[in-house]
Design a protein around this ligand. Structure first.
Ligand code: BYC
Ligand code: FE
Ligand code: FE
Length: 471
């Protein structure tokens, strides 16, 4: 692994200049990527100066540089965290053997699938968020949106690098397809469900960056354990950027909760009368994005997942530190399954339940955030309302619960009962209309829309009233 080459057309620390074929291939893809960015990236702000951070190094301390730039001039680069040459595979059937620097032939198909699936989510999220700039609640928030967008673009680069370097013609074809699929398109949709759902307002944006980017954190962390070392190294660096996306989501929802609580109190329970957001609507948004994000972990019982683990391709969250047995050939995991119209416990072989192991890590993390938001409600003097996460069985489209209907508490119900309650349980069209009606762009530095509280502090030590976007 060499130093970061900043002068190159594509900044990188993978010695691109010594691999002419790969460099040419990526430079050939660059204009196609830019065309996609201009068509599908943030709408209406491409010529504005935005106060953005750019990854410039892999040093934990000073890895990013902040400055005003125009988004299309962002330096999308390729950065891998350097790994010791003696790194070994940390789990599965090859536990303890040297990590792979090249693709093991027998796992080429599975690795390609994992990498393409990961890659596909990155541009999808940019597409989903492309109209949010023009209804941003502040310049601070607008800047954060664009920061997330350029970094998701970089995450696409991270995956496309792997496709070009290790998968030959197949990789080049996949890289082009990544720019051809479109979020929500009936004919060529993005691969995973959540990435085809609309994200038309900032409540969804914050819930998406909180819940859906958080799936990203857990998936990337499991891939950072991979025995295929280049995948591990690139995912490890992506996690550095991901922390900010999660901050945007979690703190954004916290600010909405704070403001909603205050307005609820001030208006005697009718925050909508002053253009605020009621806490029921916040709850429906949580229910919606949390459940679509649960689907992103795949089926509870999955041979794909068992294979990925056994083959050493995809580990568990913090595999080394949180687990003792890294092979897990024996043993099982108890799941709640639906049998004969009832929810009953059943043990399944552990490796087959590995998606559920990761999903549970994720759910605990989501619970932590819920406790924080409920504390915020408390601080604002709202004590009769609590936000909560719905059951993992509620509103699922993947896995063993997808065939049945459940209420948010996780009890089996009929289809009719479910459908009757959808407007109460899930973000819906009327909610969308209301939210879009109250979200008008706020352009005065430091000022916030009425439906959201100010953040605790600005970005990179700048004050909140800093001009984060020069309009
Ligand atoms: N929607 O064995 P199963 C991020 C498919 S987010 C649609 O149950 P498996 C980001 C599955 O593909 C992180 N289809 O699941 C966040 C399979 O299809 P085929 C993204 C789904 O394979 C915000 C079938 O159902 N990274 O980075 O064990 C902004 C049966 O699959 C869904 C990754 O996902 C779904 N939700 O696990 C920007 C990591 N779920 O083969 C970025 C790589 C499953 O029958 N991906 N299916 O056609 C993986 O590790 C796995 O593919 C999954 C699925 C965990 C997603
Ligand atoms: Fe990402
Ligand atoms: Fe992200």
């Amino acid at each position: 692994m060499s130093e970061v080459d900043q002068s190159a057309k594509i900044p990188n620390n993978v010695d691109l200049s010594h691999d002419q074929r790969l460099q040419r291939a990526l430079e050939h893809w660059l204009p196609m990527y830019l065309e996609w960015w201009n068509d599908m990236g943030p709408n209406g702000f491409q010529t504005k100066d935005i106060y953005l951070r750019t990854a410039t190094s892999i040093d934990a301390g000073g890895w990013a540089h902040f400055d005003y730039i125009k988004m299309p001039d962002y330096r999308w680069g390729i950065f891998l965290v350097p790994h010791a040459p003696e790194r070994v595979i940390g789990f599965g059937d090859h536990f303890g053997k040297p990590a792979w620097r090249e693709i093991p032939g027998e796992y080429r198909g599975n690795l390609r699938r994992i990498i393409v699936t990961q890659a596909d989510t990155e541009p999808a999220s940019v597409e989903q968020q492309r109209y949010l700039g023009s209804i941003a609640p502040s310049l601070y928030d607008m800047r954060n949106l664009f920061q997330v967008n350029v970094e998701e673009g970089r995450h696409l680069w991270a995956m496309v690098y792997l496709l070009f370097k290790f998968f030959g013609k197949d990789g080049r074809d996949e890289a082009e397809e990544l720019l051809n699929r479109r979020s929500g398109d009936a004919d060529k949709p993005r691969i995973l469900g959540a990435f085809n759902q609309p994200c038309d307002h900032w409540l969804s944006f914050f819930a998406f960056t909180h819940f859906t980017d958080r799936d990203g954190k857990y998936q990337l962390a499991s891939l950072a354990e991979s025995g295929f070392d280049p995948l591990a190294a690139t995912c490890e660096f992506m996690l550095t950027e991901e922390a900010h996306h999660l901050f945007v989501g979690e703190s954004g929802l916290d600010r909405v909760v704070r403001r909603s609580a205050r307005l609820t109190r001030e208006t005697d329970g009718d925050p909508r009368s002053v253009g605020g957001i009621d806490l029921d609507l916040v709850q429906r948004t949580i229910n919606y994005w949390f459940t679509y994000s649960l689907d992103l972990f795949g089926g509870e019982i999955s041979t794909n997942a068992a294979n990925y683990f056994g083959e050493g391709l995809k580990g568990r969250f913090k595999e080394k530190h949180r687990y003792e047995d890294h092979v897990m050939k024996e043993g099982g995991k108890t799941l709640s399954v639906v049998k004969g119209g009832k929810v009953v416990e059943e043990e399944v072989p552990y490796r087959n339940a590995i998606n559920e192991v990761l999903r549970e890590e994720y759910m605990n993390d989501c619970e932590r955030a819920l406790r924080k938001w409920n504390k915020t409600l408390d601080e604002e003097g709202v004590t009769d309302i609590e936000l909560s996460l719905p059951s993992r069985r509620f509103h699922r489209h993947q896995g063993i619960y997808a065939e049945n209907y459940f209420n948010p508490t996780g009890d089996l119900i009929t289809k009719e009962e479910f459908e009757r309650n959808v407007p109460k349980w899930l973000l819906n069209d009327a909610d969308k209309d209301y939210l879009v009606s109250i979200m008008q762009q706020v352009t005065e530095p430091g000022k916030m829309a009425n439906w959201i509280a100010a953040p605790a502090r600005g970005i990179n030590g700048q004050p909140i009233e800093f001009e984060y976007v020069r309009l």
